[in-house]
Design a binder for this molecule. Structure first.
Ligand SMILES: Nc1ncnc2c1ncn2[C@@H]1O[C@H](COP(=O)(O)OP(=O)(O)O)[C@@H](O)[C@H]1O
Ligand SMILES: [Mg+2]
Length: 372
């Protein structure tokens, strides 16, 4: 089979690493010829994933396509789908998700619990919804890595909002942020990964890390799993999906957002679960049986971000020390240049002991630094 990936970032890179176990010819479409995925595929095609002709010409001779980012040209994918190319997830599911307004309307329409919201077309419309404040303003399209989200704590902060179509969402009192990854194949068989939780260490003012499986009462987990499964069923698409949810201070479970692709909350599945999210997506695309989602051991993910004050060719301080640690797995994404906050890699830690995970996560945060 000839399979193409739209986007060449780290998610594409890890997807390609998993593809090496199967008989598949891989293609990547991406503008940057030095992107993390460029050197791991059989065929790299330089082009804009948001351009109709680039996506259509890339896909027309392939058997199947998938994405590693949802900002892609959906019209081209629809045309390819109508001509018989299999797309994971469907163009329709991508269209629903890539716009936060459409995504929230989808939850509302399908009675999927989500934070109360209104839609605003421009900044001045925020004044019609003062009763919703404190709120979070989310741009409809074009936001990524927190850049399309603004917290509006009080009326005087309204000017921080977006002067473009957006969602204004009530601020939720979050007890835990969790994520659940679900696989769905063409026969509508599904497999669900254990939930992961984000840990924010506000006391030590460290950056966050992720723990899996999440530590939550069974009843809340069941609720979260049922809600996540409903999201995927209603999207009516095969593929791999990551559902981000909030557990509120009153133990309500709300969907925050969905990604219709492999997701950063699933990096740990490479070492910590029998079947990784990347392997799972290949099983779906290549029409093989779904894999085992169970955790082999609990795990933590520490993201390796470019350190403040460093711009330029990346160097990794503390790499030897990190690699010496037991049951610690380093993934560098192969990005030549670092800048503050840029995602340069991640480290997965596995251990049967949650305290050991936390201890090592904190140690790695202090040890491994991306400088220039
Ligand atoms: N309604 C909300 N109430 C409180 N915090 C929120 C709300 N919506 C988002 N956030 C916070 O902002 C973060 C980013 O929002 P999200 O919609 O996930 O955007 P992104 O696309 O940048 O991931 C969330 O992970 C959460 O911490
Ligand atoms: Mg998010």
């Amino acid at each position: 089979m000839k399979v193409g990936i739209l986007g060449g970032g780290q998610l594409g890179r890890m997807l390609l690493q998993a593809s090496a176990n199967y008989i598949v010819e891989t293609y990547v479409l991406e503008n940057d010829k030095d992107c993390p995925a460029a050197h791991l595929c059989h065929h790299f095609v330089k082009g804009d994933i948001n351009n109709f002709d680039a996506v259509y010409n890339f896909g027309k001779n392939l058997d199947a396509l998938t994405i590693e980012i949802e900002s892609v040209n959906v019209d081209a994918l629809e045309k390819l789908e109508s001509e018989g190319v299999k797309i994971y997830p469907t163009p329709n599911a991508i269209r629903t998700i890539k716009n936060k307004i459409k995504q929230k309307e989808f939850y509302h329409h399908n009675e999927i619990p989500t934070a109360h919201f209104v839609i605003t077309q421009n900044l001045s419309e925020l004044n019609n919804h003062l009763h919703l404040i404190p709120a979070v303003h989310k741009i409809g399209e074009g936001g990524y890595d927190g850049k399309g989200v603004q917290v509006i704590k009080e009326e005087s902060h309204i000017s921080k909002g977006f002067d473009a179509p957006a969602v204004l969402e009530r601020m939720v009192n979050i007890k835990k942020e969790i994520a659940i990854i679900i696989a769905m194949n063409d026969k509508s068989e599904s497999a669900i990964y254990p939930a992961s939780e984000m840990i924010f260490d506000s006391v030590l003012n460290l950056l966050d890390y992720q723990l899996s499986p999440a530590i939550l009462p069974e009843k809340i987990l069941w609720k979260a799993e049922a809600i996540a499964m409903k999201v995927v069923k209603q999207l009516k698409s095969a593929g791999l999906f990551a559902i981000e949810l909030f557990v509120t201070d009153t133990d309500e479970v709300l969907v925050n957002e969905t990604a219709p692709r492999v997701h950063n909350s699933g990096h740990h599945t490479i070492e910590a679960n029998y079947c990784s999210q990347y392997d799972m997506l290949w099983r779906i695309i290549l029409q093989y049986p779904l894999g085992n989602t169970k955790a082999i051991l609990p795990s933590a993910i520490v993201n390796i971000l470019g350190a403040d004050g460093f711009n330029g060719i990346a160097k990794y301080d503390g790499l030897d020390e990190t690699l010496k640690m037991e049951n610690v797995f380093v993934h560098l994404y192969g990005k030549q240049k670092t800048k503050p906050g840029r995602k340069m890699g991640h480290v997965t830690i596995i251990s049967k002991d949650y305290q050991d995970l936390t201890h090592k996560a904190n140690k790695i945060k202090h040890t491994l630094k991306v400088v220039s």
